[in-house]
Design a protein around this ligand. Structure first.
Ligand code: T1G
Length: 659
């Protein structure tokens, strides 16, 4: 049988159906079709006594194909395939390895028995995509593991290791060594015991303790946040339905709930975020430069969290610091499982910390494959860089220093620490970029390639400019912060300034606050720790000068803006700044801007980023907002030419994401 699924039948009557659809055996339409045909063929073949359902490559199917969701689903739907497997007249054993997730795990739940490699993981992470398990998972999982475990797995979206899954009744066997051999041995055991199909839909194991089950439902329902992402609430409803409704009715309930989720803006945004993060690392046209191996990281003036991540990833770390002992303790404090006193929790931590060496002598960097240095330490780092090594200069707009050097922007740790913007200069070699990308991915970072300057700070500055423009016309900084928090940011623009202890813009913000006599408190000049009950007082002479200038200009106060109008302006400014970055080639595609904003600037993930939001709003509408605002302040609000170009051709930012 050619194509993405192979069927083979051994002499002992054990058939093997294996999916082969790299990279993660996603259950695309061709795979579903081929799986259906293979199950039909195996069931009809009189020589077949039992069916093993497995996969080639790195993992058992890791889910439905996320790329398919934006289009109308093609028949044969995954739930129907799962029902067909469960209805098979011959025993079906799912053989799991890698990460059996989402629809892949639902396929396994529809099988009659499940066997997994000891390092396999299972899970239903659909909620991270604004979805719910739509192929029977919300009905089958509770029947095996109960309501509480099912809700934890589906609402948490995190994978469960094989041992835990077995304890929950989700796996029958967890095996070490040759998985294929173990699966055949288990199949022979089942045949010897004359074990026929065991349909999950008939299981009551997880439904018996109805009190505990409903208590879990109530508990999770009480904790549902009011974020406009429908999936969590619908997951709870579906799990409740699994207890209260007949199986087929529960499946229909799940199907309707899934439809509501998959068509929601939030899910569209979350799926966009998932794909955008993976697209960010692709650099078309620069060839498939092979990354150089990185086993030893040198850090000079770097973030101790980065050192800890490198140790967790198995790298050796050389730390250059004026006080090596204190630096070592600081890194240990960032390592998971190490106590506040720096005492490793177990031998794994001891081994990790043994790979850390700290010294004040920069010559030690000569042994590193990759050096990450602060701007102040870059000169010394370059002087000691070994010929094969790569240097990333943190905080550098676009590091200079030849092909082996790139800049690096790491957003504030408060933003989650998942992004690293790699700033490539014209002379940065493809190998250097590839080496940095690979190394940063090992450190758990999404690497984003940008040229000329970091994306996040440029976008953040544009949004602050937009806010400042509103302040100058009489808007209230608190209302601006409230509006952005209502939109989904954890903090408004001015609250972020305060959090990061950044000297507030002495321009618009300072002037506007001075106009209201807000006090300038906090560490040093220009940091505005304003609060609603502050005694009005002006402190900053520069602000006073700006205030006089403004009054001389006769700045026109604005009618107070609604929260929606504030958000509309801020989002228009963000989309405009993003379009300029795309136009300037700072980023390769609009979705890179979305990644920088979501992972580095606190943009709510369930909104998908400013570029995706502009597409959802409509580029013509966004351009109209910019045109209107341009009448007041053309220097800042004039729309980037890319708007007119896309609108003229009936295209959207999304159409440029292939680049
Ligand atoms: N569909 C399509 N492509 C996928 C994919 C998926 N489900 N998962 C991964 N890829 C691609 C990814 O874009 C990348 O592509 C490559 O595989 C490697 O991924 C009906 C509705 C499996 C843990 O949410 O969590 O089933 O860049 O870089 O770090 O109920 O991928 O190589 O071109 O992430 O080793 C539910 C999502 C779907 C799992 C591997 N499943 N995937 O991590 O590699 S919805 C998920 C992951 C669903 C049903 C519902 C991870 C991974 P490219 P990667 P990784």
């Amino acid at each position: 049988m050619s194509g993405p699924v192979a069927l083979s039948v051994a002499a002992d009557g054990i058939a093997r159906i294996a999916v082969d659809n790299p990279p993660v055996n996603a259950l695309s339409h061709p795979v579903r079709r081929a799986l259906w045909d293979a199950v039909e063929a195996a069931e009809a073949d009189r020589a077949v006594r039992l069916i093993l359902l497995a996969a080639e490559g790195r993992t058992f199917p890791a889910g439905a194909d996320i790329n398919e969701f934006h289009a109308k689903p093609q028949d044969l739907w995954l739930p129907d395939l799962c029902d067909r497997i469960e209805a098979c007249a011959k025993p079906v054993v799912a053989v799991l390895h890698g990460t059996a997730l989402g629809g892949g795990f639902e396929l396994a739940l529809a099988a009659h028995y499940r066997l997994a490699a000891e390092d396999a993981q299972v899970g239903l992470p659909e909620v991270t995509l604004g979805l719910l398990p739509g192929a029977g998972g919300t009905q089958r999982l509770p029947r095996l593991a109960g309501g509480a475990a099912a809700l934890e797995i589906m609402l948490g979206g995190r994978p469960v290791d094989a041992a835990q899954a077995q304890r929950l009744g989700l796996l029958d066997r967890v095996v070490r060594g040759d998985l294929s051999e173990a699966a055949r041995a288990y199949a022979r055991e089942l045949l010897a015991a004359d074990a026929g199909p065991r349909r999950t839909r008939d299981s009551r194991a997880g439904l018996r303790d109805t009190r505990a089950y409903m208590a879990a439902i109530r508990h999770h329902r009480a904790w549902l946040s009011d974020a406009p992402v429908p999936a969590p609430e619908k997951i709870v409803d579906c799990v409740e339905a699994a207890l209260l409704l007949p199986f087929e009715t529960g499946l229909a309930f799940e199907r309707a709930a899934f439809e509501d989720c998959v068509t929601s803006d939030a899910s569209h945004a979350l799926r966009h975020a998932f794909l955008a993060e993976r697209r960010a690392a692709k650099i078309p046209g620069r060839g498939s430069a092979a990354p150089r191996p990185v086993q030893r990281l040198g850090l000079a003036g770097g973030d101790p969290g980065l050192a800890a991540a490198a140790l967790e990833a198995g790298l050796a770390v050389t730390l250059i610091a004026p006080d090596p002992e204190a630096a070592t303790a600081e890194v240990a404090g960032h390592c998971a499982g190490v106590s506040a006193q720096g005492i490793p929790g177990d031998e794994a931590q001891v081994a990790r910390l043994a790979r850390l060496s700290a010294t004040s002598d920069p010559a030690a960097l000569a042994g590193a494959d990759l050096v990450i240095a602060g701007r102040a330490q870059a000169g010394e780092a370059l002087a000691h860089l070994s010929p094969e090594a790569v240097l990333a200069v943190a905080g550098a707009a676009a590091a200079r220093g030849g092909g082996r050097v790139a800049g690096l922007y790491l957003p504030p740790a408060a933003e989650g620490g998942r992004l690293a913007e790699v700033l490539v200069a014209p002379e940065t070699s493809p190998e250097t970029a590839a080496t940095l990308f690979a190394a940063l991915r090992r450190l758990g970072r999404v690497a984003l390639r940008c040229a000329g300057g970091p994306v996040g700070p440029a976008m953040s500055a544009a949004m602050l400019r937009a806010a400042g423009d509103m302040l100058l016309r009489g808007a209230d900084p608190y209302r601006i912060d409230d509006a952005l928090r209502g939109f989904g940011f954890a903090l408004g623009p001015y609250e972020r300034l305060d959090r990061d202890g950044q000297a507030a813009q002495a321009g618009a913000l300072g002037v506007a606050l001075a106009r209201r006599g807000w006090t300038g408190r906090g560490a040093g000049r220009g940091v505005y720790r304003y609060d609603r009950e502050a005694e009005p007082r002006v402190e900053d002479p520069e602000v006073l000068a700006l205030l006089r200038a403004l009054q001389a200009e006769g700045g026109r106060p604005q009618r107070s803006l609604s929260g929606d109008e504030i958000v509309q302006r801020m989002m228009a400014a963000a989309a405009n700044a993003g379009a300029k970055l795309v136009d300037a080639g700072v980023v390769l595609r609009p979705s890179d801007v979305d990644v920088a904003m979501m992972l580095g600037q606190g943009f709510p993930r369930w909104r998908g980023g400013p570029m995706m939001l502009a597409d959802q709003t409509g580029l013509l509408a966004v351009k109209r907002t910019l045109d209107i605002l341009s009448e007041e302040n053309p220097a800042f609000w004039a729309p980037a030419p890319l708007f007119a170009e896309l609108i003229k051709n009936g295209r959207r930012f999304a159409d440029l994401n292939g680049g």
